[in-house]
Design a protein. Structure first.
Length: 402
């Protein structure tokens, strides 16, 4: 609406002088993309935040179109937040917009009428390199703290809250993936040898407790394609290994059985794996590694989602293993079992050395020290684990009552 030009009155002392005199810019009517030169100023007196002053827009004439002047109560005018390198935008009640490069004048008007107060603080932060650098460092520390402490804590909580029925589903789906011939194949151990190991594992499972439906699966860790002995094992085969799934299923390969010098060594390995089950290391490690989106599975008990999720379980466990804390905690479990059953942790120390050196004649003395960069690794080195197991044995009288 075009109105007569109001008689200027003294402007508020809180308003910057440039705006009282008029700020140059361009006007868009909201109906076309054509811009027209325009001037915006404020007329009125008293407190600008009261809404009494008027915003007056004067649009310059162009070829074929006369000039015009419009005015609105200042309280009806909106200000877009500032963006670096972009003209300031004033939104008008009629759907049009006024744009100007005079950031100082718009900022002064915003301050006078009390608009975008919170954003002014953000803008000061963006324009101050010291504060910006500090904010980046603070954000980096937050992200580091979340990944180092927050996410693991959330993963452990989610693992603890996961229903047993979901754990069973994880195990079932994971074994289906593992038994596809890529990771492992049927064992060639004799029925008598398998029965012997199952009886001995039953004792370990009863000792471990926790109410889990433990079961031991014996498999060939280097299966040949189509049973052809002359064909190489698949690249993804698990080899000489043992690992636990979240629901209490423990897989041990016949290659590990053959590497061991005694069943005491094997039971030490299996006791270590039950430690991963009872402390839910497998599940928390997978939750942490695969991300926050999968944590909802623990809360919802979504068996469809659990089945899909379980397909990632074997690959994650075999590729990434456990954290230092988890391995140390499970070695504590295995150490207690070995001390209570045999009075020594040497069986596990020896078989760990053979797994490390891939030498069937190695023992704990074959691993002298860890790689110099081992302290940077997420998993404890074998030498460190052997030292820990020795300490358990040496301090057993004090540890036994705990």
């Amino acid at each position: 609406m075009t109105t007569p030009t109001p008689t200027p009155t003294p402007t508020s002392q809180s308003l910057a002088a440039p705006f009282a005199q008029g700020v140059e810019g361009v006007y868009f009517d909201g109906r076309s993309s054509r811009d027209r030169a325009a001037t915006l100023r404020v007329l009125g007196s008293g407190d600008l935040s009261s809404g009494a002053p008027l915003a007056v827009l004067r649009v310059a004439p162009t070829d074929g179109e006369p000039g015009s002047e419009q005015q609105w109560p200042l309280r009806q005018v909106q200000f877009d937040p500032p963006l670096a390198g972009v003209r300031r935008v004033v939104k008008l009640p009629d759907g049009g917009r006024f744009e100007t490069n005079d950031d100082r004048a718009i900022t002064a008007l915003e301050a006078a009428v009390g608009r975008n107060r919170g954003l002014r603080g953000v803008r000061r932060l963006e324009s101050d390199w010291g504060l910006t650098l500090g904010a980046v460092v603070t954000l980096g520390l937050f992200v580091w703290g979340f990944l180092t402490y927050g996410l693991p804590a959330m993963a452990r909580s989610a693992a603890a809250a996961t229903p047993r029925s979901v754990l069973t589903s994880f195990d079932t789906s994971a074994i289906e993936v593992l038994d596809n011939g890529t990771f492992m194949g049927p064992t060639h151990l004799s029925a008598a040898r398998q029965a012997q190991l199952q009886r001995e594992f039953k004792d370990v499972a009863q000792w471990a407790g926790g109410g889990y439906p433990y079961r031991l699966l014996l498999r060939d860790g280097t299966p040949q394609a189509n049973g052809d002995k002359d064909s190489p094992a698949p690249s993804g085969s698990i080899g000489t290994n043992a690992f636990a799934l979240p629901g209490g299923t423990v897989v041990m390969t016949e290659q590990l059985v053959k590497l061991a010098h005694s069943d005491r060594e094997l039971m030490g390995v299996l006791a270590h794996e039950t430690g991963h089950v009872t402390h839910r290391h497998s599940l928390s490690s997978i939750y942490q590694g695969l991300g926050l989106t999968l944590l909802t599975t623990a809360v919802t008990g979504d068996l469809i989602g659990a089945s899909t999720f379980a397909a990632a379980v074997p690959t994650w466990l075999l590729k990434n293993g456990y954290s230092r804390q988890s391995e140390t905690q499970s070695d504590e479990v295995a150490g207690r079992f070995l001390m209570e059953r045999y009075g020594t942790t040497k069986p596990l120390r020896d078989v760990l050395a053979r797994l490390e050196t891939e030498d069937e004649n190695a023992d704990e003395n074959s691993v002298k020290r860890d790689d110099p960069g081992a302290f940077l690794q997420t998993h404890p080195g074998t030498a460190e684990r052997i030292r820990h197991l020795r300490e358990i044995e040496q301090n057993w009288p004090q540890r036994r009552g705990k």
